[in-house]
Design a protein around this ligand. Structure first.
Ligand code: AFP
Length: 329
């Protein structure tokens, strides 16, 4: 039974990185306990305010954010924190070597209905020791991530983590409080017949995405010559976890639903960490055409269209978009 601590020692992980990962995953245990108490812990419902995204915050959004912020502020290796719930990055320890970004509670709309939610985290290098970190320090492409992962608070609490060139899956043993390795090298099939999209936005999508979904719905009678299945958890963590377990394609594409949003998902603390996991598990992650991990960020809360999962399916979506672009001339 290999614990997270054993694993971090085994991969001879940098001590600072190990300690920051341990801090984040320890907070995950607390969040999991709160979720297990649910309505009995007075953590459901609205917090009564909105975050920088203009989204109504749930009580647990705020609580999870504060738990992570407080714990990381006490970790000497953390130089700063960026969160979906905070307008700007928060400086921590000026001598720290790491920056931590997170969506403290992904899938907030699922909290009050007892459905899957998660915490997504990304760790970047900090290169200005001795000075207080600023938003600008976080604006690094996804390829610079030193580690990324998520905690999925489902029927069991699971941790997906990538530090080296592989993705390792852990399950939290509620009796011992240890994260135990359950899969040492997660791999995604290149092909799939399962896709995830919120189809109610169909009229807002660009033509190639509409064509792609039309083909999947046409099934074996259409050009794809096979039937497809669909799933939509409404929590990216849940859909990505399913893909890491059995393949699939997840997309929150560009849509014209809101003029100033390129898509719903945020690059720095949702798309980048998930894209690193997906690529390290043998999948692909694009904005429909370009590799997400190569995107040079301009704002810590910038949004990006996302197409990720089984690489042959992600590439097929890319081909459709390129064909449409060529037709446009
Ligand atoms: P919330 O955290 O606000 O519920 O959003 C979750 C999310 O960012 C992502 O985890 C889901 O895949 C997606 O939004 C769900 O979006 P829809 O509610 O539009 O389906």
């Amino acid at each position: 039974m290999t614990t997270l601590t054993d694993y971090l020692n085994h991969v001879s992980c940098d001590a600072a990185l190990s300690e920051v990962i341990t801090t984040v995953t320890d907070v995950g245990k607390t969040i999991a306990q709160l979720l297990r108490k649910g309505a009995l812990a007075d953590i459901l419902g609205e917090a009564g305010n909105q975050n920088v995204q203009g989204e109504d915050q749930k009580k647990l959004d705020v609580l999870a954010n504060d738990l992570l912020l407080d714990a990381l502020a006490q970790n000497s290796h953390c130089a700063g924190v960026a969160s979906e719930e905070l307008d700007h990055a928060t400086p921590a320890n000026v001598d720290g070597s790491l920056l931590v970004l997170f969506d403290p509670l992904d899938g907030s709309s699922n909290i009050d209905i007892n459905m899957a939610v998660g915490t997504i985290f990304s760790i970047l290098p900090y290169n200005r020791q001795g000075q207080a970190s600023k938003d600008q320090d976080f604006l690094q492409p996804g390829t610079k991530q030193l580690a990324a992962g998520y905690l999925l608070y489902g029927t069991s609490t699971m941790l997906a983590l990538t530090i080296t060139d592989t993705v390792v899956m852990f399950s939290l043993d509620p009796d011992t409080g240890d994260y135990i390795v359950v899969e040492e090298q997660v791999q995604i099939d290149a092909d799939t017949s399962e896709y995830s999209i919120n189809s109610s936005n169909y009229r807002y999508w660009r033509a190639p995405m509409q064509q792609y979904i039309d083909e999947l719905i046409a099934g074996e009678a259409g050009v794809r010559e096979r039937d497809f299945n669909t799933r939509w958890v409404a929590a990216m963590v849940g859909d990505v976890h399913r893909i890491l377990c059995r393949g699939g394609l997840f997309t929150y594409p560009f849509d014209t639903k809101y003029a100033n949003k390129a898509g719903k998902l945020r690059l720095m603390y949702e798309a980048n960490p998930m894209s690193l996991l997906i690529e390290r598990a043998g999948g692909s992650a694009t904005d429909a055409v370009n590799r997400i991990l190569d995107i040079e960020p301009t704002d810590i809360h910038q949004r990006v269209p996302v197409v990720l999962g089984s690489k042959n399916e992600v590439n097929y979506v890319r081909e459709l978009h390129l064909q449409h672009a060529n037709k446009q001339g």
